[in-house]
Design a protein around this ligand. Structure first.
Ligand SMILES: O=C(O)CCC(=O)C(=O)O
Length: 245
């Protein structure tokens, strides 16, 4: 798969790009099967190497709900395959070039009724170091369809062009956010997409998502890639190009 000039132009001006039906329904079903009972399994015994952030508004004496799980490739063979798939990497290579390394693979569980807001932020506010540049790229793939009601991703088109802006901080998951946290923004665009579709976006675009007010989970995975050699923290090694192993 190669991007059209129109798609590249859209990504450059708007800061994101939607690819409908990036993977097959069968692959989505495999991912879902790998994730069955994940909240309960991780509450009992987190898998080695993963890092779980829990929904902080859920009473842990009643139940636990995962907000995000870092290094999701370790809990799902189908996600592990996705990180290295041509379906994803062909688009990534078109957008950031052929030398790509995996930065992280993160599950965003946004559980039915319990999934909380992700405040407005730029990912680079988490990733910036004195010796790197904002060259990373996210592929956020929906495991369940995202809708207005279940808290689909919202983007502020073109906001990547203003560079990194100052964030407030708080010691909670997604604890870096723009002033106002998740106040309504007239310049934000909700992007509901089907399961198996993905949104590609860079590290400087402002984005966030509302709470899940529905009875259905809104699970997604974010595959973040970096250009090989752009200094990182936490890179899991090359997947393509000169940094491959
Ligand atoms: O789960 C979401 O809706 C937002 C995730 C997000 O903003 C991120 O991973 O940077």
């Amino acid at each position: 798969m190669r991007l059209t000039a129109e798609e590249r132009g859209f990504f450059e001006t708007q800061g994101y790009l939607v690819k409908q039906d990036l993977i097959s329904p069968e692959w989505v079903a495999e991912i879902r099967a790998d994730l069955a009972g994940l909240h309960e399994r991780m509450a009992e015994q987190p898998a080695e190497g993963v890092h779980v952030s829990w929904e902080h508004e859920v009473d842990p004496t009643v139940q636990r709900r995962i907000k995000q799980l870092m290094h999701a490739e370790l809990v799902s063979p189908a996600l592990d395959r996705l990180c290295r798939s041509d379906e994803v990497l062909d688009v990534v290579a078109d957008l950031i070039g052929p030398d790509i390394s995996l930065y992280h693979c993160k599950l965003l569980m946004k559980a039915a009724r319990d999934g909380t807001v992700t405040p407005w932020h730029q990912d680079y506010s988490y990733w910036v170091t004195p010796d790197n540049q904002p060259l990373m790229l996210n592929c956020m793939l929906q495991i369940d369809a995202s809708t207005h009601e279940n808290g689909c991703l919202q983007m502020v088109p073109g906001s990547h062009r203003q560079g990194l802006v100052e964030h407030d901080t708080k010691a909670i998951p997604f604890g870096r956010f723009l002033p106002g946290y998740f106040q309504p923004r007239p310049d934000a665009v909700p992007i509901p997409i089907s399961a198996g579709s993905a949104i590609f976006f860079g590290p400087l675009i402002i984005h966030g998502s509302d709470a899940n007010r529905s009875d259905h989970d809104r699970r997604a995975v974010t595959l973040a890639y970096n250009v090989t050699g752009n200094a990182t923290r936490g890179s899991r090694g090359g997947v393509r190009g000169e940094g491959s192993d």
